[in-house]
Write a protein that binds this ligand. Structure first.
Ligand code: AMP
Length: 408
């Protein structure tokens, strides 16, 4: 199905003329949103979901009577500042050929509120915000939400994961009753179902099979390695395989700093990227990574989610993700929009069982590799009779308990 059959006007079509066809979520959502309908979509980052709501909402905004001062027409709520920045960029990119000048303001925490208050003077047409900062702005009387015609919840599951449920409820109470609602979420836990039930009016349900269609363009490798050999192995692979831009996922902020530091010491330009960094430091790191001044970004899941770096060639799971869904999110950073990508997972003995579960969920069997010089020596932990966490290494306490049991 071509873009031209979706009902979009010429200025919006010219904003997407670099793409051959709409993605499945775009084909399904655009006609519904254009008609003013509510949408409940399962869609992951990388599915083209942002343009699936941005393009039709721009068209509806254009058709609505222009008001001065501007009143917020579309409110897009997102879980993180990175996603706020990306969605804002997409709105501006899609709006370049529109006959009217649109005013887009993004608002997120972690930076001073004053410039955002200034930006909202005279109103705004589209506001892209994290829920907490949006409420701060409302409390400061910097914006009013009583004319919002369309509400988008983007990455709604992550928003609830991050504990934004109360803020979300407060925001919803400030919106007019009659409005269009679009909910995009990668996963559908119970909390999202009940949110959808409260929020949406006869929604069109869109489910896009992201995993099977996206995975084949991503080469997935699984390398078995000892825990303490992961950084040397990473260094080795970056050098021998000539990786230029690598996103490395770790489990903790501390590991992000530690791994980045180790890489820098061996002459590889690397930066840690996690939620504790100031907004300035994050933007700087991201810009340097995009410009290829930095070769390796070592990120935690939260910071890494939503990172939209076109043609990111390599993603490394230094620590495995907690869930199969997070695995898809992580490797979805590479191989975007039809580009081939490489996703490498480091499998330590302790994480072996967990990786098998991830494979099972995705119906995958990824052959295990050993890299000469980095062959694993550690053994997989035995399942503990004391009922420890699956795949966890035995703690000192566990070992002492076992020794005591053997002696008694
Ligand atoms: P998203 O799922 O919104 O994060 O988008 C993921 C990526 O897909 C972005 O880099 C977009 O530029 C790209 N993209 C969006 N629509 C299309 C399309 N129809 N064809 C190819 N790439 C697209």
């Amino acid at each position: 199905m071509p873009f031209t059959s979706l009902g979009l006007s010429a200025p919006l079509l010219s904003a997407v003329n670099q793409y051959v066809t709409p993605t499945p979520v775009q084909s399904a959502a655009i006609p519904v949103v254009l008609k003013g309908g509510d949408v409940l979509a399962t869609a992951q980052t990388g599915s083209g979901k942002t343009m699936a709501f941005v393009l039709p909402l721009l068209q509806r905004w254009l058709a609505a009577p222009l008001e001065k001062p501007r009143r917020v027409h579309a409110l897009i709520l997102v879980p993180t500042r990175e996603l706020a920045a990306q969605v804002t960029e997409t709105v501006l990119r899609c709006a370049v050929h529109l006959p009217e000048r649109i005013k887009v303001v993004s608002a997120f925490g972690g930076v001073s509120i004053n410039p955002q208050m200034m930006a909202l003077r005279g109103g705004a047409d589209f506001v892209i915000a994290t829920p907490g900062r949006l409420l701060d702005l409302v409390d400061h009387n910097a914006l009013h939400l009583d004319h919002v015609a369309a509400l988008v919840l983007d990455e709604a599951d992550r928003m609830l994961d991050l504990g934004f449920a109360d803020e979300l409820a407060r925001v919803l109470a400030l919106l007019p009753m009659r409005r269009q609602n679009l909910l995009f979420s990668a996963t559908f836990p119970d909390a999202i179902h009940s949110l959808a039930q409260k929020l949406l009016h006869e929604p069109t349900r869109i489910e896009v099979e992201t995993a099977p269609t996206e995975m084949p363009v991503i080469e997935q490798r699984a390398i078995e390695v000892d825990e303490d050999q992961r950084t040397p192995l990473l260094r080795h692979l970056i050098k021998t395989e000539g990786w230029k831009r690598v996103l490395v996922f770790v489990a903790k902020q501390y590991s992000a700093e530690h791994v980045a530091d180790k890489l820098r010491r061996s002459g590889i330009s690397a930066v840690a990227f996690h939620g504790d960094l100031s907004q300035g430091a994050r933007s700087q790191a991201l810009a340097a990574f995009k410009d290829s001044q930095i070769h390796v970004l070592v990120a935690t899941d939260l910071a890494g989610r939503g990172l939209d770096i076109v043609q990111l060639p390599v993603v490394v799971n230094y620590d495995l993700p907690r869930s199969a869904v997070d695995y898809t999110h992580r490797i979805g950073r590479t191989g975007r929009a039809g580009e081939a990508g490489l996703a490498v997972s480091f499998i330590t003995a302790a994480a072996h069982a967990h990786f098998c579960l991830i494979e099972k969920r995705h119906h995958l069997t990824i052959p295990r590799e050993h890299i000469p010089g980095f062959e694993p020596q550690d053994e997989a932990p035995q399942p503990s009779s004391t009922g420890g966490i699956k795949g966890r290494r035995k703690s000192k306490k566990d070992k002492l308990r076992e020794a005591a049991a053997r002696q008694s």
